[in-house]
Design a protein around this ligand. Structure first.
Ligand SMILES: NC(=O)c1ccc[n+]([C@@H]2O[C@H](COP(=O)([O-])OP(=O)(O)OC[C@H]3O[C@@H](n4cnc5c(N)ncnc54)[C@H](OP(=O)(O)O)[C@@H]3O)[C@@H](O)[C@H]2O)c1
Length: 233
């Protein structure tokens, strides 16, 4: 049976996203450069929904979520998996931070999401989770408040498939439009990182879009905001 989500990388995000998806009922394969490392981690996670393996194993899944930094060679690491990625929904969580997190390694007129889509044009890139700092996954709600995930893609079907696989996860998902909006969304992470350090929130912070409907029916052409059944706020 095919694993629903293949996560590549066993760092802060990879492990937490594996747990989040498993707890929402998805099958996950957590891949590492060192399969013995992912095996040890998966054993400790104690969730039968999660299995361990290599990056190649993880890339066999229906949805692929690489949890590596661009600065650490994400694009070249994926090159041998190119054929496996073709046609798949690629959940891109990358923020193109430099090594000391003071700035991005990409200029303002592009984004990690667009660079990935450009390098792997046959994958269906959906950008998500870019503003969700790792510790948020350990306790996703802020009091009663469920925070947001901005979701971008140029592939409407891939976006719809993404919305279906995140059902039951404890976050709210917002259709944030085209892939190039990742330029703004990724830089929002740079900003929240700076603000979080200043106000002593770091690394427990995320965004929440506030708004009230004004003209009934006006937003019908956009995907509705997806609120998880579990959290509901
Ligand atoms: N940290 C956050 O709060 C956060 C929030 C939103 C988005 N993101 C994005 O999520 C991605 C992963 O972030 P993270 O914080 O989880 O990173 P991390 O803790 O540094 O983990 C990255 C993982 O990448 C793998 N890897 C492969 N090649 C590597 C190399 N040359 N050097 C180092 N690690 C390498 C490693 O897993 P294996 O050894 O198992 O292969 C490592 O554990 C990044 O693109 C980041 O921008 C992070």
């Amino acid at each position: 049976m095919m694993n629903a989500i293949g996560i590549l990388g066993t760092g802060r995000m990879g492990i937490r996203l594996a747990v989040m998806f498993a707890d929402a009922g998805q099958r996950v394969i957590l891949g590492s450069r060192d399969p013995a490392r992912s095996a040890r981690i998966v054993q400790k996670l104690e969730r039968e929904q999660i299995t361990s393996g290599t990056y190649i194993d993880a890339a066999t899944a229906e949805f692929v979520l690489p949890a590596l930094f661009l600065r650490d060679g994400l694009l070249d690491t994926l090159e041998p998996l190119r054929n496996q990625l073709d046609g798949k929904v690629y959940i891109d969580i990358s923020n193109p931070f430099n090594h000391d997190y003071s700035d991005f390694i990409l200029p303002w007129d592009t984004s990690g999401a667009e660079q990935i889509q450009h390098r792997f044009p046959k994958t269906r890139v959906v950008g998500a989770f870019k503003n969700v700092w790792w510790e948020v996954f350990d306790a996703p709600q802020f009091g009663d408040t469920v925070s947001d995930v901005f979701v971008v893609s140029d592939d409407a079907e891939a976006k719809a498939e993404f919305f279906s696989i995140v059902a039951g996860t404890p976050l709210r998902y917002i259709d944030a439009g085209q892939l190039s909006n990742a330029r703004t969304i990724e830089r929002m992470t740079l900003l929240s990182g700076e603000l979080g350090q200043r106000y002593n929130f770091f690394p427990r912070m995320n965004y929440k879009l506030l708004g009230e409907p004004w003209i009934p029916g006006k937003c019908d052409r956009f995907a509705p905001m997806i609120v998880s059944e579990r959290s509901g706020k």
